[in-house]
Ligand binder design. Structure first.
Ligand code: HEC
Length: 101
């Protein structure tokens, strides 16, 4: 998702809306479907909700770019989207438990 975010920022700077849409799709829901079920079943519901919402926000951004969204609107969406990154990182950490080693 960091890489998708970077791609969106670079393309936005270059006023390249096609590039914004392409980069945003790299953070979209399509990249999330491969989560190993054994991992997914252990994730808290709220974690999954935030993750899905973030991928959907990338897809929404891609759609807005396809529709010719102005730069301010792309940046405004990025501001909202990245608040998901912050809230998830503030709430969750991956830790290894002694019995998984
Ligand atoms: C649903 C929760 C969630 C969301 C939303 C989320 N992340 Fe994360 N992210 C994590 C967790 C959990 C880790 C691992 C943290 C740890 O090491 O304890 C992580 C780690 C990372 C890392 C470090 C990766 C590494 O290789 O060490 C980066 C970079 C990152 N996230 C970027 C982002 C960006 C950018 C966004 C938003 C576009 C985002 N994340 C959204 C949960 C999330």
């Amino acid at each position: 998702m960091l890489s998708a975010l970077r791609g969106v920022l670079v393309a936005t700077t270059n006023e390249d809306l096609t590039g914004v849409a392409e980069a945003a799709r790299e953070g979209g829901i399509a990249i999330a479907v491969d989560t190993d079920p054994a991992v997914a079943s252990r994730l808290p519901d709220e974690f999954e909700r935030l993750g899905v919402a973030t991928h959907e926000a990338f897809d929404d951004l891609a759609g807005a770019a396809d529709a010719g969204a102005p730069r301010d609107s792309v940046l405004e969406r990025l501001g909202r989207l990245t608040s998901n990154c912050v809230s998830c990182h503030e709430t969750y950490r991956l830790v290894s438990s002694p019995d998984s080693e």
